[in-house]
Design a protein around this ligand. Structure first.
Ligand code: DLL
Length: 437
């Protein structure tokens, strides 16, 4: 395979040089962080008063972790390191508590972010001849503008389509000859479900590639999208606190996500003890941004669960690869005492070809016990009025799930396209159990 690199000297930099570059950038980021009220106090308590207090990369361990709550407590300007008049944009994510996590960008921060995004997009095989339909939410969410700027930086023709409205999306694909898509994996599946309904022939479209991210999905889901839409799907990972998309991305080998280590320092720790896990083991990803002057964030607890590949990638990039994120340390469900991650359920059902493109996990109280119901759509090829294959499918899902998660779930089958679809990230779990106070 011919690989293409946007910044070959950095992407293939020998590891020793890359680590030396990280150390220089970390020192600078510490200097920046010391200008914020929050880190001035935090870092001084840890004995770090200037960039010179960081001598080796191991000194990272002396820096306390930063959590989402810290960012909320610092709202609105506690993490700002430059004068407000130097800030040119903000992005924010609203959480359940209502206090948004707000990230500010200087002009050079935006340029750096676009550079990382362009590196991802170009590395997945795109170039200036592509027409890129960006079918994700614009606005405060980073997915829209992040990919938009990256696409422009590569020189693609970018269509700021935004999320939703499948009919209009198909029309744009046909009118402008779209070759590359970006959406959440759940929206890509929804698009396929709606394609037949809209009477759109795949042959009338020129799409070749799709970027899918912003929410967890399994390898089976990737394969399903690739088979149904006949596109190459690339996984893309990021979070608002670290700019947004562009943190880690799959190259053409599609075997793990390269994390751009000249922009981000990555550690993986045990989420309970916060001690580093052994190389290759799963744990919580901790990120430190090395490329931002407006909002420095050090050792951020992402809550995302992943592990490093220990072998180098065939593409020749030296930046380490993360495994597909399987979920978050805080999305684990405890059902009658048994721990279950939604991703385990997705893995089982999306591997079955009789299952359709959408599903919902419902957890409720049934007397003193918890009850798990898995609602899945059936594939458009199966008829709802023929009960024999339906009952057989139900039993098959039940048995396979039970073998995988040790819980006997109720299974409900629904017609293709009938379960609710959200415009942003998919809501896969509805847990109606009363919360312990
Ligand atoms: O979702 C940024 C983004 C936009 C990434 C577009 C990729 C594409 P937040 O809204 O702050 O930012 O949500 C970040 O989403 O901590 C993960 O839990 C989850 N997430 C993002 N990408 C993936 C992925 C954007 N590829 C949170 N696989 C993260 C699994 C993902 N989870």
């Amino acid at each position: 395979m011919e690989f293409q690199y946007r910044d070959p000297e950095i992407e293939k930099m020998p590891r020793e040089e890359l680590l030396a570059l990280q150390l220089q950038k970390l020192k600078t980021e510490i200097e920046i962080a010391l200008r914020t009220p929050f880190y001035k106090e935090r870092l001084s308590k840890a004995g770090i008063k200037s960039r010179d207090d960081i001598r080796t990369l191991d000194d990272l361990n002396r820096i306390p972790f930063t959590t989402k709550n810290d960012l909320r407590d610092g709202f609105p300007y506690g993490f700002l390191a430059i004068p407000k008049e130097e800030v040119v944009r903000l992005h924010a994510s609203s959480g359940t508590t209502g206090v948004p996590t707000t990230i500010y960008f200087s002009r050079s921060d935006l340029k750096n972010w676009a550079g990382f995004m362009a590196r991802c997009i170009y590395g997945a095989g795109c170039n200036k001849t592509d027409v890129f339909q960006n079918m994700i939410t614009y606005g405060l969410f980073t997915g829209g503008l992040g990919f938009h700027q990256g696409g422009e930086e590569v020189g693609m023709l970018v269509i700021p389509a935004g999320a939703g409205n499948t009919g209009r999306q198909f029309k744009m694909m046909q009118d402008y000859g779209t070759t590359v898509l970006h959406a959440t994996p759940s929206f890509l599946l929804h698009l396929e479900t709606k394609m037949k309904e809209a009477g759109v022939e795949r042959e009338s479209l020129s799409i070749k590639r799709a970027f899918a991210g912003a929410e967890p999905y399994s390898e089976d889901t990737r394969k399903r999208i690739e088979a149904l839409l006949k596109v190459d799907v690339y996984n893309s990972y990021g979070l608002s606190e670290m700019n947004g998309p562009g943190v880690a991305f799959e190259c053409q080998c599609k075997a793990g996500l390269h994390i751009w280590e000249d922009g981000y320092m990555a550690e993986i720790v045990n989420p309970d003890t916060l001690e580093p896990v052994k190389d290759g083991e799963t744990g919580e990803l901790i990120l430190t941004i090395l490329c931002r002057e407006a909002t420095p964030i050090l050792r951020y607890r992402t809550r995302d669960l992943t592990s490093f590949y220990t072998q180098p990638c065939e593409c020749g990039r030296t930046h380490r690869r993360l495994r597909r994120i399987t979920g978050r340390s805080d999305d684990m469900l405890i059902i009658n005492g048994v721990n279950v991650f939604p991703s385990q359920i997705e893995e089982v059902i999306m591997g079955m070809k009789e299952v359709g493109n959408n599903y919902l996990i419902v957890v409720e109280k049934d007397g003193a016990l918890d009850r798990l119901t898995v609602k899945t759509e059936i594939s458009a090829e199966i008829f709802m009025d023929d009960s024999r294959p339906l009952n057989a499918l139900k039993d098959k899902i039940k048995e396979t799930l039970q073998a995988s998660i040790s819980i006997n779930p109720r299974v409900e089958l629904h017609e293709s396209g009938s379960l609710p679809v959200t415009e942003g990230k998919a809501v896969r779990v509805k847990d109606t159990r009363p919360k312990d106070v």
